[in-house]
Design a protein around this ligand. Structure first.
Ligand code: FAD
Length: 358
């Protein structure tokens, strides 16, 4: 959530539902979904939009909400930049005082414990929707090792909430910043980790982690095989977080969304991978590595019948077909809405960037 939101709301102990990192913008985040630390209690950022002020293709300005344009309102939630330029978001606000949170890091041999913990956590998050967790494996070039990074949060100022005990009971972290503090401190600290959805499976998460490690050993798709570990400034991350039944239950509010995710899906694991590096000469190798990794992860999950078609727009690579992942009926509905309001297709053809509805 941007500092503008946190600093404006904070004197009143109020927050809105936004991103977990203070450097991330609110416009794209909200139009693609917006997973927050509070999503199990309140849903995604866009579940908490009461009104969008939108500039249409003809330049006219409209308040789009459940009463004025219900179809367009639903389409904007997950439709990205295909439906107009949003010039104002009216968001629900929530009381929020101090919370408990931070990051904890462990050696890689604890990975299995934590993916198991995340799997159980997703199934049980409904018991305490104030808790949130992300499990990441990060390669630290300076030390030449992989480290397990946990981002743990509880929306109340309670140390070690019971639901997170499977994480917090593991002894001997290498580092821990867990403390009671403000939301803005947490969003400032959040590790900059920016996909695929899979059914809840600890063993598949471990297989993805193995694939990740194979990929960082060598970039095989380029002619000159170069170890990613040698790429200047490389910082590869693979992260797992849940879209739990607690969060999915929130999707019905405010007119629903076009994601195609239902309660029958149970706990979904959102897997994302991100890579940073410093030299443009390594671009081709690093993009090839990411492509290989996504292809291998997709094939592995598909072979085990564990791939969910949903792809989270805000983490997706440009090559990924987000809208097909919403399901045929949802995609057709979005296309019909786009044609109804913008028959010229101007936002889908002239506005560069973003995932395009085709
Ligand atoms: C460091 C970091 C942390 C992140 N943390 C989270 C997180 O906690 N939760 C989460 O869900 N995601 C997170 N993300 C992913 C994030 O949601 C996406 O990167 C998102 O696209 C960011 O939106 P933006 O407005 O900053 O980006 P931009 O690149 O400015 O916009 C992204 C897209 O949205 C469109 N867009 C933006 N604003 C408008 C508008 N007003 N009207 C119409 N179209 C618009 C743009 O045209 C573009 O296609 C994170 C990303 C980063 C890099």
């Amino acid at each position: 959530m941007t500092p503008e939101f946190t600093t404006r709301g904070w004197p009143y102990n109020l927050t809105v539902i936004g991103g977990r990192d203070s450097s991330v913008g609110d416009g794209g985040l909200t139009l693609g979904g917006g997973i927050s630390s509070f999503s199990a209690r309140y849903g995604l950022a866009y579940d908490n939009v009461n009104n969008f002020q939108v500039v249409f293709a003809d330049g006219s300005i409209h308040n789009v909400n459940l009463k004025t344009y219900p179809d367009l309102f639903q389409a904007l939630k997950g439709g990205g930049n295909n439906f107009g330029i949003v010039t104002r978001f009216d968001l629900a606000t929530y009381a929020q005082g101090d919370m408990w949170g931070g990051l904890v890091q462990y050696t890689e041999n604890n990975l299995e414990t934590f993916v198991d913990a995340l799997s159980h956590f997703g199934d049980r998050q409904v018991e305490d929707p104030d808790c949130a967790a992300i499990v990441s494996l990060i390669y630290y070039q300076a030390y030449g090792i992989n480290i397990v990074n946990l981002n743990l949060e509880g929306a109340k100022p309670v140390v070690n909430p019971a639901l997170l005990k499977d994480f917090t009971d593991v002894p001997s972290p290498m580092k821990s910043t867990m403390r009671v503090t403000t939301l803005s401190n947490i969003t400032d600290e959040m590790v900059k980790v920016p996909h695929h959805d899979i059914k809840n499976s600890p063993s598949l998460m471990l297989e993805f982690a193995e694939l990740f490690k194979t990929q960082i050993t060598a970039v095989k798709a380029v002619k000159a095989v170069k170890a990613v570990t040698a790429v200047k400034g490389v910082f590869p991350v693979i992260s797992f977080q849940v879209i739990s039944p607690a969060t999915i239950a929130q999707f019905a509010k405010n007119g629903g969304n076009p994601f195609g995710i239902t309660a029958d899906d149970g706990t979904l694991i959102l897997m994302s991978t991100s890579n940073r590096w410093s030299d443009a000469a390594d671009d081709a190798a690093m993009y090839a590595m990411a492509d290989n990794f996504i292809a291998a992860a997709t094939a592995t999950a598909t072979a085990q019948g564990l791939l969910h078609p949903y792809i989270y727009m805000n983490y997706a690579d440009a090559s990924q077909d987000v809208f097909t992942g919403y399901g045929a009926a949802n995609k057709a509905k979005l296309l019909a809405t786009a044609n109804k309001y913008h028959s010229s297709g101007v936002f889908r053809s002239l506005l560069s960037g973003g995932h395009k509805l085709k």
